[in-house]
Design a protein. Sequence first.
Length: 111
Amino acid sequence: MFPSGHAGVALLLLRLSVASLVVAMICLNSPPQWLSLCVAIVAVALLVGLFTRFAAALCAALVMLFFLKYHVRVIDVVIVLHAASALAVTLLGPGAYSVDAYLFGRRVFKF
């Protein structure tokens, strides 16, 4: 559930790319401040790996919301691919280099 090594670094880079896309969408457009704050909180949560699956699903929804509502100045195919990347993070999980791994990671239980 929390892969380390090369797979963990790959998941970290994937989380970084999805979070940076969402932040870039905030910078390119001028959404309401409450939406910008919500997006920033979700992007930071995804970046550090806190509640990763929930944050990645929200990022995918926000990418599509920005695409539909604000007509982002990027090619349509790129938007769909970044939404797919966010869904991939949702399905794969956070990886070993995340807050989720620290909070909910493997534990040794002694009986």
